[in-house]
Ligand binder design. Structure first.
Ligand code: ARG
Length: 258
C-alpha cells in the first residue's frame, strides 16, 4: 500500500470514529447539549486605535478588546472580534452583523439616532498633534490649515467646523500622523490616548496642551436589543466594581507616563 492510500484510510477511520463519538452524544440528554452550546458575543471594532484596540501579531488586543472579552465572560458567552473600517461599525451593529461596537467610540447625539450606548467606561479628549516647532499653538490657530483626521470619527466632525480648514480624511489615524511627519498636512485632530502612542512612536511631533473637547466612550448596541443593553450595563458595572476594568486600563495606560 502506498503512503497516500494509507493516509486516506487513516483519515477515513478517524472520521468514522469521530462520527461515532458525535452519535453517542446525540443520544444523550439533548437539553444538556443545548446548554453546553454557548452563544457568541460578536464585537465590531477598528483595530487602528492603540491603546484601545490594535494588532499584536495575529491578535487584536487593547483595553476595549480585553474589556469586551471580560464582559462576554461575565455573561457566560463566547467572544469574537470583527475588525472593520471605523465607519462600518455602527451599520454592523445596527444590522445585527455584530452584537456590540467597541472602538473607543464617543457617545454623540448623531450616533444615538442609530444605536443605543451602554454606560460610559472612559473619558477622552480630542487633541491636536503638530510638528515640533510648528507655529500652531492651540486649536484656534488651525484656521485655514490642512488638518488630518480618521474618517468618520469625532475628530473628523470637529475639524470640519474649523474655519477655512482643509480636512484630509484618512482610513487610519496612523496614516494621518504619517502624513503630518511627511509635512503633507499641518496638524492631526485625534483622541488623546492614541495621540500619545502615535507621537511616542514618531519623530519630531508633539501634542498641544490645549485639548479640543471632553468626550465619553461607550459600547454601541442595536436599538432593538434592549435586553443586551441591560446585560452589558450589568456586566460593565460588575467589572467596575471588582476593579477588573481598572486593571485592564492600567495594563495599557501607564499613568506615570502622563
Ligand atoms: N472617539 C472617536 C470617535 O468616536 C474616535 C474613535 C476611533 N476608534 C477606532 N477604533 N478607530 O469617533
Amino acid at each position: 500500500m502506498n503512503m497516500k492510500k494509507l493516509i486516506s484510510m487513516l483519515l477515513i477511520s478517524a472520521c468514522v470514529f469521530s462520527m461515532a463519538a458525535c452519535g453517542s452524544k446525540d443520544q444523550g440528554d439533548k437539553e444538556d447539549a443545548d446548554k453546553e452550546e454557548k452563544q457568541t458575543l460578536i464585537m465590531a471594532t477598528n483595530a487602528e486605535f492603540p491603546p484601545y484596540e490594535f494588532h499584536e501579531g495575529d491578535d487584536i488586543v487593547g483595553i476595549d478588546a480585553e474589556m469586551a472579552a471580560a464582559v462576554a465572560e461575565e455573561l457566560g458567552m463566547d467572544f469574537q472580534i470583527e475588525d472593520m473600517a471605523f465607519a462600518s461599525i455602527i451599520p454592523a451593529v445596527d444590522s445585527g452583523k455584530a452584537d456590540i461596537g467597541v472602538a473607543g467610540m464617543t457617545v454623540t447625539e448623531d450616533r444615538l439616532q442609530n444605536v443605543n450606548f451602554s454606560d460610559t467606561y472612559a473619558t477622552a479628549t480630542q487633541v491636536v498633534i503638530v510638528k515640533e516647532g510648528s507655529a500652531i499653538a492651540g486649536p484656534d490657530d488651525l484656521t485655514g490649515k490642512k488638518v488630518g483626521v480618521q474618517l468618520g470619527t469625532t475628530g473628523d466632525i470637529y475639524a470640519s467646523d474649523i474655519k477655512d480648514a482643509q480636512v484630509e480624511q484618512y482610513n487610519k489615524g496612523f496614516e494621518a500622523v504619517q502624513a503630518l511627519t511627511q509635512e503633507k498636512i499641518d496638524a492631526v485632530v485625534i483622541d488623546g490616548e492614541p495621540a500619545k502612542e502615535f507621537v511616542r512612536d514618531a519623530e519630531g511631533l508633539k501634542i498641544l496642551d490645549e485639548a479640543f473637547t471632553e468626550e465619553e466612550y461607550a459600547i454601541a448596541i442595536a436599538k432593538d436589543n434592549e435586553e443586551l443593553l441591560e446585560k452589558i450595563n450589568g456586566a460593565l458595572a460588575a467589572l467596575k466594581e471588582s476593579g477588573k476594568l481598572d486593571e485592564i486600563v492600567a495594563k495599557y495606560i501607564k499613568s506615570d507616563a502622563e
